[in-house]
Design a protein around this ligand. Structure first.
Ligand SMILES: C[S@@+](CC[C@H](N)C(=O)[O-])C[C@H]1O[C@@H](n2cnc3c(N)ncnc32)[C@H](O)[C@@H]1O
Length: 498
């Protein structure tokens, strides 16, 4: 091939690559390499081809060659950053983006892709600045607006996120993803009718995407259109029979519409597909007449609080006026004194009870089923030791180690308390205290409430306490938090081990 033919062949190969004709592009690249291995542009082409094949390492090798020839050229630098990301080498990728932006400060794609890396690595704040810049440089780049919306959503800036998704739709009218993202944000902003409109556009554009039907179902549900919601969830489940979330949501809407048999069938299907029961289908089935389980499934509690961990303190304290830890600490001081106690915080969550008990504590240990709640408690610096696990198992394995076992707003996930009381008694030294809060009902025994939390009757608690060898020190009738604007009736109870 002559020089001019080589240049033409290279241009042709790039053309094939852009049009997705990878075999043709590869064939030409091999041909050019055979004739002139150092042909300008060849290593860049090979780098892009390797990236298209998903081979980040090989791409990086070719692109390093290209950058030896043209060290400051933005296109191979951009491709090099992608090759590093593909290999999960995030720091080198950041370094390449930094250099790229220094060389080409107006290259919108560089900000956009760097932002995507930061969003994927859980740095929404830093991502937001980059998407902002990309969108300002190229307002028609719908991807940047969409990602800007995702970053704003991750930071809880819902109104701004809605505006960004709307911009993304203006820029790329046919972006089903942007419509679906907008629908989710509008739903969160309690604008269900608008959310339905956006979600319908998403499914019209991309009816094969399960997530869009899930979004539509939730929008219809929130707009009060339960039959339409059921139909949307059924479509999602029909597209992917492994999507148990769709079956679960369908069951919830059927139950809310009084279609109990169909709801029961959905919940049973959820349980069959996920015996660990992340959704708490056994609780839902109990509400439809099946016998209640002795406690909430561990996988359900773990999933619930893993999802809730980031919002827990704000929503509990500000939204639900949660005051269990303060009430329990005061009850402990009244009945057992002010310590210092070696304390076990059972179901410690993010550490709200730890904060209230720390002034009374010598040693303070905690356990919680949810690893993300445990992470928050560890981050609080309040505890000597916090670990993920089931409180009964951990207590039972630590005989006579503590002066105080405390649990606020935890026994609501346990119906049958026999094992908890026995484990607490085992973990306490003689004379030690067991202090906890419960939601109460007027009768005996325990029952599963509409909230899917358990409530206990005082006679049942007294009987369990006596059976485990506790003396009843005090029970204060109170409410530790609100639910739907109403104080939830309950008790703070303090027992002493004989
Ligand atoms: C409503 S939060 C209360 C957290 C904390 N006690 C407080 O007062 O802020 C309930 C916590 O109990 C935990 N939990 C429920 N059942 C548990 C169990 N069997 N073992 C350990 N933790 C449990 C949950 O994971 C969740 O973090």
């Amino acid at each position: 091939m002559r020089k001019v033919d080589l240049a033409q062949a290279l241009a042709e190969a790039f053309g094939h690559l852009d049009a997705g004709r990878l075999p043709e592009a590869r064939r030409l690249a091999r041909e050019i390499e055979r004739i002139q291995p150092a042909a300008p542009g060849l290593r860049y082409l090979q780098g892009l081809l390797a990236l298209a094949a998903g081979d980040g390492r090989k791409a990086a090798q070719h692109l390093a060659g290209a950058l030896r020839q043209t060290p400051d050229a933005p296109p191979p630098l951009l491709a090099m950053a992608r090759a590093q990301v593909r290999q999960s080498r995030f720091e080198p990728a950041e370094a390449v983006y930094r250099r790229l932006i220094a060389l080409a400060p107006d290259l919108a794609e560089a900000y956009d892709e760097w932002g995507a890396l930061r969003l994927a690595t859980d740095q929404p704040e830093a991502a937001l600045l980059l998407f902002d810049r990309a969108a300002a440089l190229r307002p028609a780049l719908g991807h940047s607006w969409n990602c800007l919306g995702l970053a704003q959503r991750a930071l809880g800036r819902w109104d701004e996120a809605a505006r960004s998704f709307a911009h993304a739709i203006d820029a790329e009218g046919a972006s089903a993803t942007a419509h679906a993202n907008l629908a989710a944000v509008l739903r969160h902003l309690r604008r269900p009718s608008e959310s339905v409109v956006a979600a319908r556009r998403a499914v019209a554009l991309q009816p094969e995407v399960v997530g869009h039907w899930l979004e539509l179902g939730q929008a219809e549900r929130d707009a009060g259109n339960l039959a339409a919601a059921v139909a949307a969830f059924a479509r999602a489940a029909g597209l992917d029979d492994g999507c148990i979330e769709a079956v679960w949501l369908q069951g919830e809407c059927l139950a809310a519409s009084g279609r109990r048999d169909e709801a029961t069938a959905c919940y049973r299907r959820v349980l069959a597909q996920d015996p660990a029961d992340r959704f708490g289908a056994v609780l839902a089935l109990a509400q439809l007449g099946a016998p209640p389980p002795p406690q909430a499934p561990a996988a359900f509690v773990r999933t619930l609080f893993d999802q809730y961990a980031d919002r827990f303190e704000r929503e509990m304290v500000e939204g639900l006026h949660y005051r269990g830890p303060q009430l329990l600490a005061a009850a402990v001081v009244r009945t057992l004194g002010d310590g210092p106690f070696d304390v076990f915080d059972a179901g410690c969550g993010t550490g709200l009870l730890g904060r209230a008990l720390r002034p009374l504590a010598g040693r303070l240990d905690g356990v919680d089923l949810s690893p993300r709640m445990v992470g928050k408690a560890q981050g609080s610096g309040l505890y000597d030791e916090v670990r993920a696990g089931d409180l009964v198992a951990v207590l039972a394995a630590r005989p006579a180690l503590y002066d105080l076992v405390a649990a606020t707003d935890v026994l609501i996930y346990l119906g049958d308390l026999q094992a908890v009381f026995a484990a607490a008694a085992r973990a306490l030294r003689p004379g030690g205290g067991f202090a906890f809060t419960i939601e109460a009902h007027g009768g005996d025994g325990y029952l599963l409430q509409d909230s899917r939390r358990f409530a206990h009757g005082l006679p049942y608690l007294r009987q369990q306490a006596a059976a485990a060898g506790f003396v009843w020190l005090s029970s204060e009738e109170t409410s530790i938090r609100d639910d739907r604007g109403q104080p939830v009736p309950g008790y703070v109870v303090v027992l002493r081990k004989n």
